[in-house]
Design a protein around this ligand. Structure first.
Ligand code: KIV
Ligand code: ZN
Length: 501
């Protein structure tokens, strides 16, 4: 066995799923479990079978559906829980029972109203009982983070002697500092005589934002299994996030630890879990947050484009993202704009970058982020409104609408150099505007098709308007975009008119 191989135990479907509102159906759990298998986790904690028939069934079905990872079922330290876990694991190729009991004086006194000795006996009996069903028994010493180290070491030694193959040292309440937690693991390594007969597992909660730091401190001090969830979901502030630990061990490869995680699948599973569990990932979340690779300041963008590692310690491709997200905003420079246009296949030597950049800034002023769709619009027909050599140009648009107001629009157009103005009413602001323009043009033009489309969703989005008009039996197409739908419609109409005249 490679002494530096760190086993990844995923508890998204147990500790993660305990979060109110995150419950999954059995079918959804199977989908996540299969993705976890593809990700390369070593152990999937599939549920707590005695807790509900649904949890029981999920452990059964995941055991059938997944073959590579060990399938683990949680129990308390009693025979009924262990019986339920054993029968739920019947179809598992490799099943593990995860049993345990409180180890801190707080839990012993106020949760169990018991004594250290009695709890130690219950721990030993539970492990022995679980070993009757499976060879792989993990013992958890709940609230080990706050437990007395000397007592914890006695408990761990006793459960290993009783047959535990993995010993889990949870910081159940997310209390420890990394130094304390690391020292606790070291204490067990140094003081539990039979520690070499089991793997030490770390299970940290994030109440003080230290779950990942504590997990790494545990590994550095001798733990070889890490218990985590995707996106760090879990009770209260959550559990250690799998993607953080996996990428820390990968990035700091000089430490020498390896895992079986295929990091390129991280982004996909993060999205899957977030969507299925209706638990959005905070934008600035390490590794998988929307902004984790999004450089928006001009200086950083320029630096990344010159040499990615100037401002990136991780390669976005390593987590399955196709490229770094240099987010285009009003603060982006020409270099960033050029990078994205080239990525989209535009030849910059054929483009007047200054002119496109000016239009880009205009768009970025009315929209927080400019993405690929916006750039395509920026480079497309919709730009027609910005050229001065067109026959018709809008110089003013003023609209009044609301409830119970009658929509009214006033439009000024420069038609072949001559300023013309008209006002009109309509059944809506777009209709009023089109009527006002028609009053100026005063020609037989019919609108055959008109579509408004939000490009991505969200109220600050850019709207795209496509229009087909006809005159004298011929069709003409117009296109416009704007964060303002009336403006986009006017641009589309005027674009079509310019094609006619
Ligand atoms: O946080 C914890 O202590 C747990 C145990 C049940 C392993 O989740
Ligand atoms: Zn937990």
């Amino acid at each position: 066995m490679d002494k530096n191989r760190v086993y990844v135990f995923d508890t998204t479907l147990r500790d993660g799923e305990q979060v109110p509102g995150c419950q999954l159906t059995t079918v959804e759990k199977i989908i996540v479990a299969k993705e976890l298998e593809a990700l390369g986790v070593d152990v999937i904690e599939a549920g707590f079978p005695i807790s509900s028939p649904g949890d029981f069934q999920s452990v059964v079905e995941i055991s059938k559906a997944v073959s590579e990872p060990v399938i683990c079922a949680l129990t308390r330290a009693n025979t009924a829980d262990i019986d339920a876990a054993a029968s739920a694991l019947e179809f598992a190729k490799r099943g593990r029972i995860h049993t345990g009991i409180g180890a801190s004086d707080m839990h012993i006194k106020y949760k169990f109203n018991s004594t250290r000795e009695a709890i130690l006996e219950r721990a030993v009996s539970a492990v022995k009982y679980a070993r009757k069903f499976v060879d792989d028994v993990e013992f958890y010493a709940e609230d080990a983070g706050r437990a007395d180290n000397e007592y914890l070491a006695r408990m761990i030694e006793a459960v290993i002697a009783a047959g535990a193959t993995v010993v889990n040292i949870p910081d159940t309440n997310g209390y420890c500092l990394p130094e304390q937690y690391g020292a606790k693991i070291k204490y067990l390594v140094d003081n539990v005589k039979n520690i070499d007969k089991a793997i030490i597992s770390v299970h940290c909660h994030n109440d003080l934002g230290l779950a990942t730091a504590n997990t790494i401190a545990g590994v550095v001090n001798g733990a070889r299994q890490v218990e985590c969830t995707i996106n760090g979901i879990g009770e209260r502030a959550g559990n250690t996030s799998l993607e953080e630990v996996a990428m820390i061990l990968k990035t700091h490869h000089a430490l020498g630890y390896t895992t079986g995680i295929n990091s390129k699948r991280i982004y996909e599973i993060s999205n899957l879990v977030s969507n299925m569990m209706r638990m959005p990932v905070q934008p600035n979340k390490a590794i998988v947050g929307r902004n984790a690779f999004a450089h928006s300041s001009g200086i950083h963008q320029d630096g990344v484009l010159k040499h990615r590692e100037n401002y990136e310690i991780l390669d976005p491709e390593d987590i399955g993202l196709s490229s770094n997200a240099i987010i285009l905003t009003a603060r982006s420079g020409r270099h960033a704009l050029k990078h994205h246009l080239e990525r989209l296949g535009y030849k910059i030597d054929k483009i007047n970058l200054d002119e496109v950049y000016a239009r880009f800034l205009e768009m970025a002023d009315s929209k927080k982020e400019i993405n690929d769709h916006d750039l395509l619009v920026l480079m497309g027909d919709g730009t027609a409104n910005h050229y001065d050599d067109k026959a018709i140009k809008v110089t003013l648009l003023q609209v009044v609408c609301g409830d119970p107001l009658r929509p009214m629009a006033t439009v000024k157009l420069r038609v072949n150099g001559e300023e013309k103005e008209a006002s009109a009413a309509g059944n809506g602001p777009v209709n009023a505007t089109i009527n006002a323009i028609s009053n100026i043009i005063n020609d037989e033009i019919t609108i055959d098709e008109f579509s408004i489309q939000a490009m991505h969703g969200g109220s600050e989005d850019v709207s795209k308007v496509n229009m087909r008009v006809h005159k004298d039996g011929k069709s003409y197409y117009g296109f416009g975009y704007s964060t303002d739908i009336v403006n986009a419609s006017v641009h589309a109409y005027v674009d079509a008119l310019n094609k006619i005249y």
